[in-house]
Ligand binder design. Structure first.
Ligand code: SAH
Length: 219
């Protein structure tokens, strides 16, 4: 059984990630190592490595593997970073980040999702992931500044607290747009200047709260 999933992971990397341009060895290594099926309900384990997002309960979704890889690669991680993730969800993206960098601080507003993710990540042996149940539009000021910030829910614009909690030279990757379609934006802070790049179209669930949307979108 374990071998089947290892093979499925390898196929996912060679069919979905490499042909679309994912090339960072740290990202490819993490995508080959993190057992995506473990973050899903049992009945979805067989579709864990499909080229699409999947439901994780509470009307939320785990992103398609390629999107997880693309967002992670866009952060340009080298291994020593302290990263803030907004939207723990299933915990899968946090595991991919934790496989690469030194510390991951992940914030989720829905208690059941955060607690489930924490249990799974602890079972898998991750010791460098720290969890907070809170409205993540305020970031996590007590642990700022961060080398990188990854937002896995869509916002109407980049929340100010993220810009404030980013180190100089750091990167934010966030889907920005309306409730039904967004563009993945990479923000780089360089000597106090904010540089913004468009990485292409995406579709994410909504970031809810101050600086985000007032309420959940009806998907
Ligand atoms: N990164 C996740 C996918 C997250 S889906 C994974 O790998 O599975 C987006 C998540 O963002 C949802 O779990 C949703 O509850 C959460 N979310 C939405 N608005 C939020 C907010 N303001 N603060 C924290 N989490 C939020």
């Amino acid at each position: 059984m374990a071998d089947d999933f290892e093979e499925a992971r390898e196929r996912m990397v060679s069919n979905q990630l490499i042909p679309r341009g994912i090339s960072d060895p740290l990202v490819l290594r993490a995508m080959r190592r993190v057992p995506r099926e473990r973050f899903l309900p049992r009945e979805l384990w067989d579709s864990a490595y499909g080229d699409h997002p999947l439901p994780i309960g509470e009307q939320q979704t785990i992103s398609q593997p390629y999107i997880v890889a693309q967002m992670t690669e866009s952060l340009d991680l080298t291994g020593e970073e302290k990263v803030l993730e907004i939207g723990t969800g299933s915990g899968y993206q946090a595991a991919v980040l934790a496989d690469i960098c030194s510390e991951v601080y992940t914030v989720e507003r829905i208690t059941t999702l955060s607690e489930r993710a924490k249990r799974i990540l602890q079972d898998l042996g991750y010791k460098n992931i720290f969890f907070k149940i809170h409205n993540g539009t305020h970031g996590w000021p007590e642990h700022a500044p961060f080398d990188a910030i990854l937002v896995t829910a869509a916002a109407p614009s980049v929340p100010d607290p993220y810009l404030e909690q980013l180190k100089d030279g750091g990167r934010i990757v966030i889907p920005v747009g309306d409730r039904f379609s967004q563009n993945l934006i990479r923000i780089t802070k360089s000597q106090g200047e904010i540089i913004s790049e468009d990485l292409g179209g995406v579709r994410f669930v909504s970031l809810v709260g101050e600086y985000g949307w007032k309420e959940e979108s009806k998907q």
